[in-house]
Design a protein around this ligand. Structure first.
Ligand code: ZN
Length: 445
């Protein structure tokens, strides 16, 4: 398995901390609204990464959090006239619906900030005790200048940050340095938690580090993922805290997915072009949305246009049609065989193992669709061969997390179908027509 590590800016051979196991963390959402298509991209990309590792035989521990304490949550709760907890619960459920709708594997753990408060406070206290953090008027800030390695992920230099900040007049003058960031904020509004410093709330950058520290040995994981926009300051600040606490950069491999544009424009509320994942799942279906997301490499920006959707729909139709037809054929002919061609699935996984070359993996699926169509169209049909090519395609779809709902036929359905074929062969078109209508009504053909 090779992955592009944004910490070293190189494609590297993946070496796990524990042989045969993969520990992964992907930054989750702040739950104050529905997931948009931009939130769906990391969900899909890192799900495929996880499935690839699982196909290769690794035991994967996959963690993704929910930020359920935030200014945006307070504001949205006020607007909707409900409590912050009610609001967070509502959007967490909506987020899980998107996971279900996209046939994604659920995280092994999905911690919430409100349920991780004591570990967060303990973590901050340790940073204060060791001189990496300091309290001012109930706030706690992290001393960025104490971390020599600061900027190791983003390439940003502390000197440049200080120079940039000196030009801004509105900077928080409580901090020792403009580069320092809040670990704890004293607050007067919204939900507050008791701490040794004040009634308040933790800073966002601390949450992820503590959750990783809480779940994984020595607070160190194999892979930390997230959107490109989180690289700085969020991930850089996660690393800074981990360097202070553990003297290691929290993750051996950092992976960042690029953003999505709508008709070459950035998606934004002000442009009114925000696309919600739940709507697209309804409109396009799980397979089309996933195929679209995986047709572009995760490290390239994805451009969402009507033309792209059209192309993707055609490709997904090819897959779904051949599955439907073959499943029907195998059932009416009572062919039952679980054999599949591992070499073909391995070839697709080889593409995924090359830093998630998903577009090549999709091409392998389309190649398999061609092979299956060929054996289905053959004059001398070999039922075992058809079954094997079919099962191979099913394994490919499962490995990437696509859905394939096929109708399971009853004996009654099968005999109805066989009658129809018989009447057609005997050129009894009237009764064949009646049978065809019945089969159509049952959704069999
Ligand atoms: Zn995070």
């Amino acid at each position: 398995m090779k992955v592009f590590n944004t910490l070293t800016n190189k494609k590297e051979e993946f070496v796990p901390i524990k042989p045969g196991e993969v520990s992964m963390y992907v930054c989750g959402p702040t739950v104050y609204n529905h997931a948009h298509i931009g939130n769906a991209r990391p969900l899909i990309v890192f799900d495929v990464l996880r499935r690839t590792f699982e196909y290769l035989g690794y035991k994967v521990t996959f963690v993704s959090n929910f930020t359920d304490v935030d200014d945006k949550i307070i504001k949205a709760a006020k607007q909707e006239g409900i409590t912050e907890k009610e609001l967070a619960d509502k959007y967490i459920e909506a987020y899980q619906d998107v996971r279900r709708g996209l046939n994604l594997l659920f995280p092994t753990y999905a911690p919430r900030v409100t349920e991780t408060m004591q570990p967060i406070i303990d973590f901050i206290q340790k940073l204060v005790d060791s001189g990496y953090a300091y309290e001012v008027d109930g706030d706690v800030y992290f001393r960025v200048t104490k971390i020599k390695e600061y900027g190791m992920l983003s390439g940003i230099k502390i000197e440049d940050l200080i120079a940039g900040a000196s030009e801004r007049v509105d900077d928080n003058d409580k901090k020792e340095s403009s580069t320092d960031f809040a670990l704890w904020k004293k607050t007067s509004e919204g939900i507050q938690f008791d701490s040794p410093w004040s009634k308040g709330r933790p800073g966002w950058h601390t949450e992820c580090v503590v959750m990783i520290n809480d779940i994984f040995d020595n607070g160190r994981i194999d892979i930390h993922g997230g959107g490109q926009d989180l690289k700085f300051p969020h991930h850089e600040n996660e690393i800074a805290q981990s360097m202070a606490y553990h003297q290691h950069p929290i993750a051996n491999v950092w992976m960042h997915n690029q953003m999505i544009n709508i008709n070459k424009e950035k998606m934004s509320k002000s442009l009114g072009n925000v696309l919600w994942a739940k709507d697209l799942i309804q409109e396009l279906g799980c397979n089309v949305l996933k195929w679209l997301m995986l047709s572009t490499h995760y490290r390239n920006p994805l451009n969402y246009t009507e033309d792209v959707i059209k192309t993707v729909k055609k490709e997904v139709d090819k897959v779904e049609n051949v599955i439907k037809q073959t499943s029907l054929y195998l059932q009416v002919n009572h062919v039952q065989n679980d054999e599949w061609n591992k070499e073909v699935v391995d070839r697709m996984v080889d593409a995924l193992s090359d830093d998630l070359n998903t577009s090549l993996a999709l091409t392998e699926i389309l190649e398999q669709v061609k092979r299956l169509n060929q054996v289905m169209r053959s004059k001398n049909k070999d039922n075992l061969e058809i079954s094997k090519e079919y099962q191979t395609l099913i394994h490919m779809l499962d490995t990437m997390g696509f859905v394939h709902d096929v109708k399971v036929l009853s004996e009654e359905d099968i005999s109805l179908y066989n009658q129809w074929i018989q009447e057609k062969t005997n050129k009894n078109f009237e009764s064949a027509d009646i049978l065809r209508k019945q089969l159509q009504e049952k959704g069999i053909i």
